[in-house]
Design a protein around this ligand. Sequence first.
Ligand code: PMP
Ligand code: GLU
Length: 390
Amino acid sequence: MKYSNRITKLNESLTIAISSLARELKAQGKDVLSFSAGEPDFDTPKSIKDEAIRAINSGFTKYTQVSGINELKAAICKKLESQNNLKYEPSEIIVSNGAKHSLFNVFSALIDKDDEVIIPSPYWVTYPELVNYFGGKSVFIETSEEIDFKITPKLLKEVITSKSKLLILTSPSNPTGMVYTKEELEGIYGAIKESNIIIISDEIYEQLVYDNIKFTSPGSINDDMLQRTITINGLSKSTSMTGWRIGYAASKDKKLIKLMDSLQSQSTSNINSITQKASIISLNGDCNADIENFNKEFQKRRDLAHKLINNISNLSVKLPQGAFYLFINISKVNKDSMKFCKDLLEKEGVALVPGIAFGMEGYARFSFACGEEQIKEGIKRIEKYILNLS
Ligand code: PMP
Ligand code: GLU
């Protein structure tokens, strides 16, 4: 069979591949501790499940509007206004099968051949693959630990060309957990305001911020930013709903939303009707207590893992302000992150994601979305692995 050029160039998501490999090894009876998964280990809150059961029993099991039912889009608008200071109307929202699907639709609607997409590095694995898939060109801005893995206006200005079309911002970041402040976002605005650059703001980890840090949505900075920002969010991480598949895109450009609606009408249609009903519970704040408990637990785990890893000689890690990942500096042990992760998995049964998957060598991503006992045991094994090397 002759496959399309487009599909043969596409790589599988490495984060998913490594999580699957760890799951497979475990199923074969191997003693594997996985810190590769990008999903909370908590159960979905009961109030959400109850609402889903109500939806099933009441027969809410048919096709809906492609972009989502009005009640859901209204709840999304209310949430974005009250929590993020972003004013959108329901006609400026489209609900898709996870934030990943929202990104797929947005990229499909905006990227033409040779359009440049500016991606701060380290980045989430999916962005460059999708840019490539749609014929665009990824332009990376290399950051470093010294600048908290964040881009600066100067670094941004250096890569802007007449072909620059999109800038991707992920705050809190996957894989580093860093969060942009309002002032930093204003600086970024200063660097792009003379251009036509559109911002894709991936806010999937927005509710997972620690130490009372305030999250700022790029679109809330000023009206121009609101007009040029496409806000992407979903409930996978905040409400522990990864398997339910809901994400959404919001844009002041109603035509863009309409175009994505047409694309979705020809591909997946509406998302699961039951998920739509159940998600309203979370968006309306009816499980805020659960979300707060998740966050408290994540913060405890972050502090524990951060301390234990920094106690290991030759490893170091910055304290993430959000999300549930530690981006560990392994460069004193092995600069080749793939080799490091492979060896660690083979020798100690610990699965991490190599930094190269996120475009940065000398690092490995450790997800603390798992219980404290697993964190302690996993880090003990990492320490043993390092000690045995010397
Ligand atoms: N953006 C980032 C940065 C992520 O880490 C993820 C996790 N998969 C997503 C988007 C997509 O999440 P989902 O499709 O589950 O909503
Ligand atoms: N976003 C998660 C991660 O980075 C889930 C896996 C994926 O969708 O790539 O691990």
